[in-house]
Structures are given as structure tokens and as C-alpha cells.
Design a protein around this ligand. Structure first.
Ligand code: SF4
Length: 209
């Protein structure tokens, strides 16, 4: 395994171990804490299905030109993994671990299988990736859809961008308080994001939720 695979596997394993050790009340608290985000992701998924599925099937799957799902090119946030683990069962997560260890296609993202992405709630970076051509095809002549897409992109920031306290930071902090540390905790370890977080002069209180 390369360093990308190691980081992914170590983080997923750590999250699974800690979630397994939590009691039902604590798991329920976490699940309630991500409800609003899941609703948001559901809305985005429906929007993408309505406006992009036909374009992507024609452009990428039939012509095999896919620019998405590139090898080791996807940033997965720690919170992405926690959220996905909370909505997945053991069999789902075992499959994900297997995909990390033995990717189906060595030239593509480790999580891409013959049946698609192995995540139940795929990383937010993936959900919001649209290639220029698809964007042009979907939004040219459809200003309402473009406007809605911009609204979704702004809404995404309210969960991920730490100029104020956001869900992705709260989830990192929650696991840090249990002694976890991962290179995927970008909101706490990426210099750029740390600068933004520090600029707001407020910190997440213990465990956040
Ligand atoms: S995580 Fe899923 S959606 Fe994202 S690049 Fe990999 S296979 Fe594609």
C-alpha cells in the first residue's frame, strides 16, 4: 500500500474502533448531530441526479473519458469518514477497508468498484466536483439551476469551512478528545485552515455537540 492508502486505512480503522467502543446514547448523539448535513447531502444528490446523470453517463461512462475518481487525487476529510461510518454497517465498512487494501482498478480512485463508489455518503469534495464540460452543458441556458448550484456550494461551506464553528471541525474535535489523531483532520492540522480557524477567536467547546 502507498502512503495515501495507509492514511485512509489507519483513519478508517481508528474511527471504527472508537465508534464500536461508544455506547448507544453517544452514537445516537452523533447521529442526531449529522442529521442536518445528511438532509443537505440528500438535496444535493437529487439535484445532481436531475441535472447531471444523463450528461455524465454519455460523456464519461460510455466514452470512457472520466476525469472524476482519479487515483489518489481525492481529499477525504476526517469528518467525511466519520459521517460515512455512522450511516454504514459493518459489511459496508469491511468492503471499504478491502477496497483500500486491494483497489479494483489500480489506475483509478481506490474506492471505485465496478458498481461505483464504495462510500454510502461519498466525500464532500467528490460530491461537489463537476468537470467544466458537464457544468457548461447542464447550466448553459438554465440560470435557475446554476443559481441553485451556487446556493448549494455556499451551504457546503457552512459545514466545512472553519471561519465559524462547523460540523467538520466539531467531529474532528470530538475524536481528538478521545485521543485520536489523523492526517485527515485538515481543519486542525492544515496550516491554511488552522489560520482561518484561529482568526475567528472562538473554539469548539468539549465534544462540540
Ligand atoms: S471516493 Fe468515490 S466518488 Fe470519490 S473519487 Fe473515489 S470512487 Fe469517486
Amino acid at each position: 500500500m502507498n502512503s495515501y492508502q495507509n492514511e485512509q486505512l489507519e483513519t478508517l480503522t481508528m474511527i471504527r474502533q472508537h465508534l464500536d467502543a461508544l455506547g448507544a446514547a453517544e452514537i445516537s448523539k452523533l447521529k442526531i448531530g449529522i442529521e442536518d448535513y445528511l438532509l443537505f447531502r440528500d438535496q444535493v444528490t437529487h439535484f445532481l441526479e436531475n441535472h447531471f446523470t444523463a450528461i455524465c453517463i454519455q460523456k464519461c461512462y460510455q466514452n470512457r473519458l472520466s476525469a472524476c475518481c482519479t487515483k489518489d487525487g481525492i481529499i477525504t476529510f476526517f469528518a467525511d469518514m466519520v459521517i460515512n461510518a455512522l450511516v454504514s454497517d459493518n459489511a459496508d465498512l469491511d468492503r471499504l477497508e478491502h477496497a483500500i487494501r486491494q483497489p479494483a482498478d489500480s489506475a483509478k480512485c481506490i474506492y471505485l468498484s465496478e458498481t461505483g463508489c464504495g462510500w454510502n455518503i461519498k466525500p464532500v469534495v467528490c460530491e461537489f466536483f463537476l468537470c467544466d464540460e458537464a457544468e457548461k452543458k447542464a447550466f448553459n441556458g438554465n440560470p435557475d439551476a446554476l443559481q441553485q448550484w451556487k446556493k448549494f456550494k455556499n451551504a457546503k461551506q457552512t459545514y466545512t469551512w472553519p471561519d465559524k464553528i462547523v460540523l467538520f471541525e466539531i467531529l474532528e474535535r470530538y475524536f481528538m478528545d478521545m485521543g485520536c489523531k489523523s492526517p485527515l483532520m485538515y481543519l486542525h492540522y492544515s496550516p491554511g485552515l488552522v489560520r482561518i480557524r484561529k482568526g475567528r477567536h472562538t473554539e469548539v467547546s468539549h465534544s462540540g455537540f
